[in-house]
Ligand binder design. Structure first.
Ligand SMILES: *Cc1c(COP(=O)(O)O)cnc(C)c1O
Length: 388
């Protein structure tokens, strides 16, 4: 890849497809509904959704109606589910573009039903049970009442019963077992009441890869499809990283000892001849402001690890390349991914930044060019939006 961009993310759709297949194997008989919210965790929802469609997935999860509409305009015809909830202003869009939504209260059922009837349309809904996440969802004791309200509303169709787990440890955490038991009990009640079992879906990546049982009718993995394995899940499960983040050196200079670098002068050189390089990527592109402050933030240049130094600026950051004597302007710099024998994972960056890997990829800015490839056969612009 020649570096014609200031900063770019190489997205390996081949690795994504293999992760999807691996995940389907893990899910057994359950359907895999990839979760593509937050622009597919920063990877670019359009290209990822198209790959999902090519792989024959049945349904995709999104974060809001805008994400759903963007996929519709890009020609994605798969069933789409807004996983959380919507504000009232989004409802006509859901109806127009045939997008399903999670419901979590009786008043919501009535509000959605009213708008759907007004438009002469049917809205597919998934009843969300709060089994311990404490956020969206009906409390288990209210599930029957809300399920009844959905059944009584002809403009709504119940397409699923769902819950969401709070623990990143999956079934390694007792709390998940408690949530799962509440979910199964709610499912039994609803099935009995309606005389039919709704489609059950609860597992995120962590629950799926820690063998939640019974797994239900569908699973909703996100992070694992991008090859980012929640670290504390132990055993390697053969998922491949999908994203590499790269930039290039735009400026090199030598500075004497005791020279401060960056805002607040948080870092000062100690060698009499320190060589620093400036990279055209900053916190606007998603590099955490403080990632260079602990001394553990690193990038790869010519296969060698170089420390990020000082605070990250909006558009730039700086690295110490004193030991990489042949480094020059234009050299490719790897912030996430492999270079030679060395590699830096999204989890590595998250650990140094004191956050979770999800936040690292989700926050990659719009200036970071997404370059899609199938195992390094590059193709341009497959992630661009086209009106039908
Ligand atoms: C984000 C999300 C998921 C996917 O979670 P991962 O940990 O990325 O697998 C599943 N379900 C819901 C409701 C979500 O919001």
């Amino acid at each position: 890849m020649d570096s014609k961009h200031r900063a770019w993310a190489e997205i390996n759709l081949g690795a994504f497809r293999r992760n999807l297949r691996r995940t389907r194997k893990q899910a057994g008989k359950a359907a895999v509904w990839p979760v593509l919210k937050a622009n597919a965790y920063g990877h670019g929802a359009i290209a990822i959704a198209r790959a999902c469609a090519e792989e024959g997935v049945e349904r995709l999860g999104v974060g809001d109606s805008r994400e759903a509409i963007q996929l519709r305009y890009s020609g994605v015809e798969l069933p789409l589910l807004v996983l959380g909830t919507v504000i009232n202003a989004e409802v006509p869009d859901l109806l127009e573009h045939n997008v399903e939504v999670g419901v979590h209260s009786e008043s919501r059922v009535h509000a959605l039903g009213d708008v759907a009837r007004e438009h002469g349309k049917t809205l597919g809904v998934h009843l969300k049970v709060d089994t311990g996440m404490g956020r969206l969802g009906v409390r288990p004791e209210a599930v029957l009442r809300v399920a009844g309200a959905i059944a009584a509303e002809p403009a709504l169709q119940l397409r699923g019963l769902m819950t969401h787990y709070a623990s990143s440890q999956g079934t390694f955490d007792e709390f998940t077992h408690g949530q799962h038991a509440l979910f199964l009990a709610a499912a039994a009640e609803v099935s009995h009441e309606l005389g039919a079992r709704p489609t059950l879906h609860s597992a995120n990546s962590a629950a799926l890869y820690t063998n939640l049982h019974p797994i239900g009718d569908a699973v909703r993995p996100g992070i694992s499809l991008f090859g980012i394995q929640p670290e504390n899940l132990g055993a390697k499960v053969g998922l491949e990283p999908v994203l590499s983040l790269r930039t290039q050196i735009v400026f090199i200079k030598d500075i004497p000892a005791a020279t401060p670098v960056g805002y607040e002068g948080c870092w000062t050189s100690h060698l009499s001849k320190t060589r620093i390089a400036t990279l055209p990527i900053g916190y606007n592109d998603g590099i955490p402001y403080r990632v260079g402050l602990s001394g553990n933030g690193q990038v790869l240049v010519r296969g060698q690890r170089c420390p990020l130094i000082g605070t990250v600026s909006m558009d730039y950051c700086t690295i110490d390349i004193t030991h990489v004597t042949d480094a020059s302007v234009g050299d490719v710099v790897t912030l996430i991914g492999k270079d030679g024998l060395e590699s830096i994972s999204t989890c590595d960056v998250a650990r140094v930044a004191g956050t979770i890997p999800y936040e690292i990829t989700c926050r990659l800015g719009s200036r970071v060019k997404r370059c899609y490839h199938e195992d390094l056969g590059f193709k341009e612009a497959s992630g661009n939006m086209s009106k039908p």
